[in-house]
Design a protein around this ligand. Structure first.
Ligand SMILES: [Ca+2]
Length: 622
């Protein structure tokens, strides 16, 4: 009798060496022996099951939890720990001091790429992410996320806050390894107070300030998993201090009283609110007695939006200079990792996943090759020699970092002696520049040649509803974000057409909007418009076409969009305001299987312009 272990499965084998001769044959004895063997088998099986169960329980208890906190547009300098003498972030300062901080930690220049690289441990370009809106932020379904991996390892997974890697399934967080999602999937949100977000696929009406709500939800999740004795991966992604400049009075007035301008007062106020929420969640971890069994990481997703204190770093959000991509990073795991330590070397968002896989010792293997390197050995005090070049290419803004040498599209700098990038060494070190450029070109050949806009997917197995946001449309003629954008005959209401914007200024019947879709099978939906229509423009003739299918819409009720309460500390100049729209069923439509575009045309425009469109909603036809 022997035990065999194949992968995660145990096989119980029984081999009998009994040889019973004809002379010795005794039926009673034979059945007695058989009974004993069966009894032994049963006892062994029970013992084996108990061992497996005990091992499983031990694993659950011992696997460290993960709390990964990410903030949005909080720069390197928006922290007391980084010598900002005006901002007050005592909780984060304490967190950085009592844990391990990395002063040279890099992310990408903007939101969606950073999130994709954190989640996959890979260059975001490999996942098809190449922008922040119009579908360029969606991540290929072939990418495996950190949530996929920890879920496979038996963790309970949740994300609270902003997502920004695709709003519909299969790009939605609930399709990317997360058991729970409370937040918003888009890159921008119009209102941070008393608003409606999403909770596990359903509308969630909130009361209060969104970052407080995300923290409450995360705390509830962690307490729940503690009660269930399940390890968790909790991704808390604050959408602040990203605009709009919505912040409670107490946080704002405090910085105004210091003589700081309104914009920066709002930003600093939002950072202090984050600080309070981080303090709350860390206190909760302690009260739940999870402190020593939880790895906590804090970082931010890119540099500051505006020019403000940034600890002497050049550049801001959107640039590949140090100020655009170097961010605060701290990790804490009391009892296991050192306290009050600074880790040297250049580390990145892509390194977080391999580091966590090594620290937690989970028995899962990523299916895609990772670009990141685990810094777990360094965290544990070992010497790690890094021999790598880090690359980025954001809209033609190129960046390479090797050791302390930084090459960007406009300069070569030695960060060891010049972290502010003041001395351009390009002409003094032409060989190094050429060598780095060759490396860059070799790296680029490993990326997808022409990143495509990943289509909306219809007819998925669970047949979820699909929201075709106006901000995700491709406008024809193409949208130009400039002040006189109305000349094209169709445009977004606000300057950039970001994720909370809508189609407006639709004055020409030859101009139209399209959405790239892929229907996995023939599928029928009820079609709803989320829109506004001024009475003086009533009865435009609209037509939706999808391959050989058409839906005519010519009796839309008028509805003037209602402006929602304005909490802005500084009037918006580039972003769309929060509005209430009408949702109205315009008909039903069958989508043939295949890949094509859904087009919305305004064949006739009555009055000054056609409708203002916020979204087209497709609900499965029952
Ligand atoms: Ca951001």
């Amino acid at each position: 009798m022997y035990l065999e272990c194949k992968g995660n499965r145990f096989h119980l084998q029984c081999c009998s060496d009994f040889v019973i001769s004809g002379e010795e044959f005794n039926a009673l004895r034979f059945f007695s022996i058989l009974f004993k063997i069966q009894l032994m088998n049963t006892r062994l099986l029970i013992l084996l099951l108990l061992t497996i169960l005990t091992k499983a329980c031990t694993n659950q208890t011992n696997s460290p939890n993960i709390l990964l906190i990410l903030t949005d547009d909080q720069g390197y300098g928006d922290l007391g720990f980084h010598r900002n003498t005006l901002i007050e972030t005592p909780e984060l300062d304490r967190f950085f001091k009592t844990g391990i901080s990395i002063p040279q930690f890099y992310v990408s220049p903007v939101c969606a790429p950073t999130r994709a690289s954190i989640l996959t441990g890979r260059y975001y370009q490999r996942g098809g992410v190449h922008g922040v809106t119009r579908g360029r932020e969606r991540m290929r379904v072939e990418e495996q996320t950190m949530a996929d991996l920890f879920k496979e390892a038996g963790y309970r997974t949740a994300i609270f806050g902003k997502w920004h890697n695709g709003g519909n399934h299969p790009y939605h967080p609930l399709s990317r390894g997360f058991d729970h999602f409370t937040g918003f999937a888009s890159g921008h949100y119009s209102n941070y107070f008393d608003t409606t977000i999403e909770k596990d696929g359903n509308p969630f009406h909130t009361k209060g300030y969104l970052p407080d709500i995300f923290t409450n939800e995360a705390i509830e999740f962690m307490a729940d998993k503690k009660a269930q004795n399940k390890p968790f991966f909790c991704f808390l992604t604050f959408q602040t201090p990203h605009t709009p400049l919505h912040v409670p009075d107490t946080y704002f007035e405090k910085y105004k009283a210091k003589g700081i301008d309104d914009f920066t007062s709002a930003i600093y106020g939002m950072c202090e609110n984050i600080d309070d929420n981080v303090g709350r969640i860390l206190t909760q971890l302690k009260e739940l007695e999870l402190e020593e069994n939880t790895i906590v990481i804090f970082l931010t997703d890119n540099g500051p939006l505006t020019v403000r204190y940034n600890d002497g770093l050049k550049g801001r959000k959107g640039t590949v200079d140090e100020g655009g991509v170097r961010v605060p990073f701290g990790i804490r795991w009391p009892g296991t990792l050192a306290s009050n330590k600074i880790l040297k070397g250049a580390w990145t968002h892509m390194d977080i996943l391999p580091t966590l896989l090594e620290l937690t010792q989970v028995n899962v293997k990523p299916k895609n090759p990772l670009d990141g390197t685990s810094f777990a050995p360094s965290l544990k005090g070992e010497n790690q020699q890094l021999n790598r070049t880090l690359f980025d290419n954001w809209g033609g803004r190129v960046r390479l970092l090797r050791d302390s040498l930084l090459l960007t599209h406009d300069g070569l700098y030695d960060l060891k002696n010049d972290r502010a990038q003041k001395t351009n060494l390009m002409e003094r070190l032409p060989n190094i520049k050429n060598q780095l450029q060759n490396e860059f070109e070799a790296w680029e050949t490993t990326l997808p040649a022409d990143p495509e806009i990943l289509p909306f997917q219809l007819g998925l197995p669970n047949n979820p509803s699909v929201v075709l946001e106006a901000s995700q449309a491709i406008l024809q003629p193409p949208f130009e974000f400039r002040k006189d954008r109305k000349h094209t005959g169709i445009a977004y209401h606000s300057l950039h057409g970001w994720a909370h914007d809508w189609i407006d200024h639709w004055t020409k019947s030859e101009a139209y909007a399209l959405w790239r879709i892929e229907a996995k099978k023939e599928v029928a939906y009820e079609v709803y418009f989320e829109y506004g229509l001024d009475p003086k423009n009533k009865y435009p003739q609209l037509e939706l076409t999808a391959k050989n299918q058409k839906l005519s819409i010519d009796q839309l009720p008028v509805f003037e969009p209602i402006a929602l309460p304005d909490y802005d500390r500084v009037p918006r100049t580039q972003e769309a305001p929060a509005m209430q729209w009408k949702i109205h069923k315009v008909g039903e439509m069958t989508f043939p299987k295949g890949r094509y575009s859904l087009q919305l045309k305004s064949l006739a425009i009555a009055g000054e312009k056609s409708i203002e469109l916020k979204s087209i909603r497709l609900n499965p036809k029952l």
